[in-house]
Design a protein around this ligand. Structure first.
Ligand SMILES: *[C@@H]1O[C@H](CO)[C@@H](O)[C@H](O)[C@H]1NC(C)=O
Length: 499
């Protein structure tokens, strides 16, 4: 940590201060920073907000940033967790319980699955580039659409308190937690490091076999090598979206600008310097791989922004400084595009933030190259309207299309997949999402404005979005288990790729 902090001293704080002073001079109508700041000032609740170490994002804050609609349910709605041993009307029990050495409750086996897939490997993966508002394969010239999955397995075991916001009528909890190897990792565990190879190599194979071509990551420690992971992903034809922020160190705090990039914190140092230093190490490592698709300069910053939108100028500042770092490395470094991923804050606002972050304000450098939105609003199988049984114009994506159709850079859903309403599923997670939105994202309704969609998320955890159960999530489930959710998504992706 100390060494890293020392290494960081070269960074661009003075340029930043100048930049922030000049913010207001932006002439472009698109760059509505003043409007953003007025809004932020209106929303500023805490006068003289003073950022001390106490304001650092706690792990809980961070956990709460993804996804947005979890917040409301902090206080467990006291679900009735009937004793898991009660098998009053077990619908689907086709086998005897395996004998277990301990006396605890046992659960019915999960429906059986074919052996885990081992898809064919590929030799070359070409870098993807941005041209106008699309992504292209730099060698073949084909348009690139990222079909992806959010990958952040925590090695959790089942807990009866999981998914308080996910309600399924008549559900009785008969699941029994398993015993994952090593127990639960912290949120910051670098799950793609070499020491987790056994886990991620199985996962990557199943991700590729699902028909995905992209994996989005959330926690990467620049002190570890990720060569093995990147090469394995490459061999399966998978691109990777890599975060440039850390959580304990190297984070971009949601303090009001300019503090989010200039604040000195006792015992920590300068947040901007540390954020840039962290980001540069990630950029340096991952730019060498053809299959690094995008680098995420920040994710859902507004979620932690207690002062409204006051921290967005610091996303621009970090974007600018990373771009300048890339440029300073010249031809020795591929310029991997930078993306910001926003929480979907609804019509109007989400478009304004995108316009601000994608516009060149002081220079081209401060504009993100690609824009992402994390979207959980498609919660019904069909949206009927105007005499049609299924009418895209009545769906929540239609409004998103209106807000983003003129975005000047490639646009992705960097997370998507509602698990509420018709798609709600509870342990052991039968059925779940059918992914009807995928055909719209990749078809004629939105395909011409979208460059990718990343399903949230690979492994099951307390938010209950998982496509899979990681090994020993449940009792008697020793290996990765692919849920109906996974097979449904595979089908939805396959329908489109056969066009
Ligand atoms: C990386 O991309 C280049 C094209 O820019 C290609 O020539 C090369 O073969 C690729 N490398 C690998 C290992 O796929």
């Amino acid at each position: 940590m100390t060494v890293l902090r020392l290494l960081a001293l070269a960074a661009a704080v003075s340029a930043l201060e100048q930049h922030l002073e000049e913010d207001n001079e932006c002439a472009s109508e698109q760059c509505a920073l003043e409007a953003l700041q007025r809004r932020a000032a209106r929303q500023r609740q805490i006068p003289g907000f003073d950022a001390g170490v106490g304001e650092l994002p706690s792990e809980d804050d961070i956990m709460n940033t993804v996804p947005d609609h979890e917040e409301a349910d902090e206080d467990d709605e006291a679900e009735e967790h009937e004793d898991e041993a009660s098998d009053a009307d077990e619908q689907d029990q086709h086998a005897e319980e395996p004998n277990t050495p301990h006396d605890g409750p046992t659960m019915a086996p999960l429906p059986s699955r074919p052996p885990l897939p081992r898809p064919e490997t590929v030799r070359t993966v070409n870098p993807i580039i941005v041209r106008g508002n699309f992504l292209y394969d730099s060698v073949t010239g084909d348009r690139f659409f990222a079909k992806g999955v959010a990958y952040n397995p925590r090695n959790e075991k089942y807990d009866h308190s999981f998914g308080p916001s996910v309600v399924v009528d008549g559900w009785v909890d008969k699941c029994v937690p398993g015993h994952p190897v090593g127990g639960e990792w912290t949120y910051t565990e670098d799950v793609i490091s070499d020491k987790h190879e056994k886990m991620w190599s199985v996962d990557l194979q199943a991700i590729a076999d699902m028909g995905a071509n992209t994996v989005r990551l959330y926690n990467v420690d620049p002190q570890n090598s990720h060569k093995k992971f990147m090469e394995k992903a490459h061999s399966l034809g998978l691109y990777v979206i890599v975060p440039l922020n850390g959580k304990d160190w190297g984070f971009l705090p949601a303090f009001p600008s300019p503090d989010c990039y200039t604040q000195e914190i006792d015992g920590y140092g300068n947040v901007g310097v540390n954020a840039l230093s962290f980001a540069k190490q990630i950029v340096k490592e991952f730019s060498q791989y053809n299959n690094t698709l995008l680098l995420t300069v920040a994710n859902e910053l507004a979620q932690n922004d207690k002062n409204g939108w006051a921290a967005f100028p610091c996303v621009k500042a970090l974007t600018r400084d990373v771009h300048r770092y890339q440029a300073s490395c010249g031809s020795t470094m591929r310029r991997v595009p930078l993306i910001y991923s926003d929480v979907d804050m609804g019509a109007g606002d989400r478009g304004q933030v995108a316009a601000y972050l994608t516009c060149a304000m002081d220079s081209e450098d401060d504009a993100v190259d690609v824009y992402g939105l994390n979207v959980y609003s498609w919660c019904d199988e069909k949206y009927p309207g105007a005499g049609k049984e299924d009418n895209f114009q009545y769906s929540p994506y239609y409004e998103i299309k209106k807000d983003f159709k003129d975005t000047s850079v490639p646009f992705l859903f960097t997370e998507f997949g509602c698990n509420l309403g018709q798609f709600a599923t509870k342990c052991p997670y039968p059925d779940g999402r059918q992914w009807p939105e995928v055909k719209h994202l990749m078809g004629h309704d939105m395909g011409e404005m979208m460059s990718g969609a990343i399903a949230f998320q690979w492994s099951m955890d307390k938010e209950e979005y998982g496509l899979t159960l990681s090994p020993n999530f449940l009792q008697g489930q020793p290996e990765l288990y692919l849920l109906d959710n996974y097979y449904n998504l595979k089908k939805a992706l396959g329908l489109r790729s056969k066009r």
